[in-house]
Write a protein that binds this ligand. Structure first.
Ligand SMILES: [Zn+2]
Length: 336
């Protein structure tokens, strides 16, 4: 799964530009799917199994897109002004490098010089691609870029841009593979949705849920941790297992979905953590509010430095998340 994850993070997929990554994922999973399609939003939708005795229709979503930057203005000297696509923190940008979808690379700096007491806003920053003037600048208004930073394998922990949410995509691909290879059939009809435009407002998952009318919705995504120096007060740490979301800023998980996840983890001796996240949300929030409402939850992979060019996850957490998702799909949902 590690080499799969490395391939996934290296394909740029800012919001609205998920096609190259979607095609890659489709190729990985096509032979394992009972049904596969791309909807008009650009979500890649895969069915595995059908509802059998005691089973449910479960939608599982992870998002293909990553945060990015979009060019807004190019001045006479070829400096590119930009704004954010999703939750970009100015403090993570200065001195960093970005790559546009055509392969053009550039560095980010800020107006003025000398010591800065405060982190400047994006409106004071620019991208320098080495152009000598406006005519030499190959970038157009509306072109988009992502962080340009190599994958780093630290052994038990890995570091990369876009682990949010390629780690969820990798967990879903791995789970689909296990379900496909298993001699047993699951009681559930599982819909694996590789969604898009999550980072700009959970835009892909809602229409997908509307089409699929699931009984249960699950997102697989990263969550923050409270285990760094003077970090936020949050009871999630790297290396202590996947987290089961109880609440985030956009959603209260359905209690029966939480119980199901915790019971199955206990039964299979998978250590997991209870998550209450004060900032951020996931596709589960938009699935939950579709049609008449969908009981929803989220399986989270603890991640440090979320939305930075160097997000960090613990490899055991990633593997345990894949095992827990697989077990969930083989266990009945005992809620109402
Ligand atoms: Zn995410």
């Amino acid at each position: 799964m590690k080499s799969l994850l490395k391939s996934l993070v290296e394909i740029p997929a800012p919001p609205g530009h998920e096609k190259e990554l979607r095609d890659f994922v489709r190729e990985e999973i096509e032979t394992m799917a009972d049904e596969i399609r791309v909807d008009s939003m650009g979500n890649l939708i895969v069915r595995k199994g059908e509802v059998r005795e005691g089973g449910k229709r479960i939608m599982i979503a992870s998002h293909l897109d990553e945060i990015g930057l979009i060019a807004t203005h190019i001045d006479k000297r070829g400096f590119i002004r930009f704004t954010n696509m999703g939750g970009v923190y100015p403090s993570y940008l200065l001195g960093g490098r970005v790559r546009f979808l055509d392969g053009t690379r550039g560095v980010i700096d800020v107006e003025g010089s000398g010591k800065r007491k405060k982190v400047p806003g994006l409106d004071k920053m620019y991208i320098d691609i080495g152009a000598e003037n406006e005519n030499q600048c190959s970038i157009d208004i509306g072109d988009v870029a992502v962080f340009d930073r190599p994958w780093l394998d630290l052994g038990k922990r890995v570091v990369s841009k876009a682990l949010d949410d390629r780690v969820g995509v990798a967990v879903m691909v791995e789970t689909l593979r296990k379900v496909h290879q298993s001699p047993k059939r699951t009681p559930h009809e599982s819909w694996f949705v590789f969604s898009n435009q999550e980072e700009v407002g959970l835009r892909g998952a809602g229409p997908a849920a509307y089409q699929l009318e699931p009984d249960i919705g699950l997102a697989i995504d990263v969550t923050r941790t409270g285990d760094t120096p003077q970090g936020v007060k949050m009871d999630v740490s790297l290396g202590e297992g996947p987290a089961i979301k109880i609440r985030d800023k956009g959603m209260l998980s359905h209690p029966e979905v939480v119980d199901w996840m915790i019971d199955v983890a206990r039964k299979h001796k998978i250590s997991c953590q209870r998550e209450v996240l004060e900032r951020g949300t996931t596709d589960a929030a938009s699935i939950q509010l579709t049609r008449g409402g969908v009981p929803s939850g989220c399986l989270s992979i603890p991640c440090r430095y979320v939305h930075s060019p160097s997000e960090m996850v613990d490899w055991d957490d990633v593997q345990q998340a894949a095992i827990l998702l697989e077990k969930l799909l083989f266990e009945p949902f005992l809620g109402s």
